[in-house]
Ligand binder design. Structure first.
Ligand SMILES: [Zn+2]
Ligand SMILES: [Zn+2]
Length: 344
């Protein structure tokens, strides 16, 4: 099969003809249709995340069809912790979504307390497991999703990470009425739609001077949009930071009302500069979001088609993955890039 392979960080991916993987016990062999590109892919290629599997096939927003099913374990499927759920059943030909969380041990203190996103032994698609920049991939069926029918294979791909992890970040803001979002990229664009749908007041911060993105945020229903160096007209109850820019943390803290929370929604961020304690005082909180639980996905895929959350996508053939990553790094993509396996 054709695959774009990362041999080592800081090198371009190579188009290779590699053996088609074989599904093991409990795994699905999936014929990949689309795979959306995530900023995390960029962090892996740039060597900003430790210890990736090498060589590696990137990609963790995978949509495809079940081609073959490995032997399934007998007996009732476990829904053993509050973060997990009954394993979905798949048949040959079913459409399937494969997310970032690829496997957990189900047994550590995190898994047992409904926090499988923090599992000590978790494996991640397109990072410590091979992902979807390829014609086929394998995935543990218990971590896969059935996808809402209202979306086609291209539209739905960005929901699998930008959507899911964005949703987890959003949920961490509780019932905040005034919600700030720093960095209006793919995840922010999706979550903003849910926030507005749920009646939150949305305040969007972009790079200073990026009036085009500010306009786009307003057209989605943001009450206010401005540069990250500006002060919003109201104090915020919560802020989510999607940009990987550490200095935004103290900036967001200063925009919060008492008891407010800053949620860092990315997997990697530059260093956070020091700030006076008074900015944190009065029960303000800084937290981060790591990975996702299957429950997050089930909730999100139930809500997304009802809003409905719409994605902005740009399709590219698989072979153009390097070009896509370069354009992403340079901030030139005006939507989520989605690799198409049968575009050639
Ligand atoms: Zn665990
Ligand atoms: Zn991602």
């Amino acid at each position: 099969m054709r695959a774009m392979v990362l041999k080592e960080p800081k090198r371009a991916l190579q188009l290779r003809d590699v053996p088609k993987p074989k599904p093991g016990r409990g795994q699905l062999l999936v014929r990949v249709s689309t795979c959306a590109v995530c900023r995390t892919d960029l962090h892996v290629v740039d060597g900003e995340l430790p210890d990736p599997k090498l060589p590696l096939i990137l990609g963790h927003q995978i949509v495809g069809r079940v081609e073959e099913i490995g032997e399934m374990s007998k007996g009732p499927q476990r829904s053993d912790s509050r973060g997990a759920r009954d394993a979905p059943a798949f048949a040959i030909g079913d459409r399937v979504g494969i997310p970032w969380l690829g496997w957990t041990d189900g047994d550590c203190s995190y898994c047992r307390s409904g926090r499988e996103n923090l599992c000590d032994n978790a494996r991640f698609t397109g990072y410590t497991l091979d992902g979807g920049y390829a014609e086929f991939t394998i995935a543990d069926a218990r971590y896969c999703f059935h996808l809402p029918e209202r979306y086609d294979d291209v539209e739905v791909a960005p929901l699998l990470c930008a959507g899911l992890i964005g949703y987890r970040s959003y949920r961490k803001t509780g019932d905040a009425r005034r919600l700030g979002i720093y960095g209006f990229g793919n995840a922010a664009h999706l979550i903003a739609q849910i926030a507005v749908h749920e009646g939150r007041e949305l305040y969007v911060f972009t790079r200073p001077g990026d009036t085009k993105t500010q306009q786009s945020a307003k057209s989605l229903g943001a009450k206010w949009a401005g540069g990250s160096d500006e002060t919003p007209p109201e104090k915020l109850d919560a802020a989510i930071i999607f940009a990987s820019v550490g200095p935004l943390v103290p900036a967001a803290l200063r925009a919060l009302a008492k008891g407010g929370v800053v949620v860092c929604g990315g997997i990697h961020m530059t260093d956070i500069p020091s700030f006076p304690y008074v900015d944190l005082w009065e029960e303000r909180v800084i937290t981060s979001v790591a990975n996702l639980t299957r429950r997050d996905g089930d909730e999100f895929f139930e809500i997304a088609p009802r809003v409905p959350v719409r994605t902005r996508t740009l399709g590219f053939p698989l072979e153009q993955a390097n070009t896509v990553l370069d354009q992403f790094r340079e901030g030139k993509l005006n939507g989520t890039a989605v690799l198409l396996m049968d575009a050639t």
